[in-house]
Every structure is written in C-alpha cells, then in structure tokens.
Design a protein. Structure first.
Lengths: 78, 130
C-alpha cells in the first residue's frame, strides 16, 4: 500500500497514478476487514475503487494526462 | 477467514505496528503530494491519499485485541464485551462518503479551472497568486 502510494505520487502519467490510488483502496479495504470493520470495508471497496477512479478518469479526460505538460502556446491568449 | 484471523492473532503486535505505520505513512505521503506537486489533479490525489490514511488511523484506534465485529447475530447476543468500538467505524463510514463528495467537488473545480485557464499547472494560473 505504501509502495502504491509512493508510485501514485511520483508517477508522471496521471492515469497510472489514479490506478495506483485504486490499488491503495483495495489494500485499505482488506485492512478494514482484518480490523473487524466489514461495513467500512464494503463501503471503501465500492467508493474507493469504483467511483473515485471513475471521477478521476473523467477529470483526466477533460484536462491533461501528462503532469509535466506546460501549455505555453495557450498563454498568449490571456 | 479463519486463516486470516489465525495469522492476525499470531502476529498481532507486528500487524498492529504495521497498520499504525501505514496510516502515518499514508498521511505523510498525501501531505507531501498536496504541498509539493504542481498539477491540480496530483494535489487532489494527495488529498485522497491523506483521507485514506486518516480513515485507517481511526479504525485502528477503535480496534481492541481479539475483538469481534460489532454486529449482533442470533445465538451470541451477549458478546458485546468482546466487540470492537463501533463509534469510529460509523464515523469512518460517514467520512468515506463525505470524502468522495469532497473529491468530486475538487475535481469539478479542477475541470472549471482547466477550461478557463487552459492549464492545470498552478504555477501558470496567475489568478491564484496574490
């Protein structure tokens, strides 16, 4: 989980970073199950894996995928 | 399930340390991403990781050794003494849903900023500076 978190922070391609946050949610729901919280585990699995990943992917489709993308050609418009 | 619980009871000190350490590490990594990164989506990812760490820390605080899930089932109605604390679990259950709403709001603001400024880099959005 820590490796997935470091990968999510350090990855320049934002799509892979978002998928790494989904991996964090998978391991986190297993931890919730081991800590005797099955309802929290089910909710974390549903929301953290599916819904959060979907809204992040919608955002990346509407914005840029590359983290280091400097859109200098659009600055002159303003 | 029984294998999981046997492993969990056998190495309970180590696993407790691992859970607390993971929670603290997630909070630190998310704070780093939210403070240092320049891309707006990366900042929201950092907030999401930090929220996950806080949720794990709350559930770990409410856990007691060899406890059972706080669910009354037919046959063991008198097992309330061995249950883990259900209050942090209810709190975290609410916090997960609220965190999803906060993430959705932040990402909608990111989309609006990108449509207006044609960049998601906070160094190039001049109206964020003062």
């Amino acid at each position: 989980m820590i490796a997935a978190a470091v990968y999510a922070v350090m990855q320049k391609d934002l799509l892979y970073a978002v998928l790494a946050t989904g991996v964090i949610s998978v391991v986190l729901s297993v931890f919730f199950y081991l800590l005797q919280a099955p309802d929290v585990a089910i909710t974390e699995a549903a929301i953290g894996i599916a819904l959060t990943t979907i809204i992040f992917i919608i955002t990346i489709r509407n914005t840029s995928r590359d983290e280091d993308e400097y859109r200098d050609n659009h600055v002159e418009k303003f | 399930m029984n294998e999981f619980q046997e492993i969990f009871i056998k190495y309970k000190d180590l696993i407790t340390l691992a859970v607390y350490g993971s929670a603290i590490m997630l909070i630190v990594i998310g704070l780093y991403a939210a403070l240092v990164k320049k891309h707006l989506v990366k900042i929201v990812i950092g907030l999401s990781i930090m929220e996950a760490g806080v949720n794990l820390l709350f559930v770990a605080v409410g856990y007691i050794q060899n406890g059972t899930a706080p669910i009354f089932s037919p046959g063991n109605e008198n097992s309330a003494a061995k249950m883990v604390d259900p209050v942090p679990q209810a709190l975290v259950l609410t916090a997960i849903v609220i965190g999803f709403a906060v993430t959705a709001l932040a990402l909608s603001l990111v989309i609006r900023l990108y449509k207006h400024h044609h960049t998601a880099n906070i160094d190039q959005i001049k109206s964020l500076k003062w």
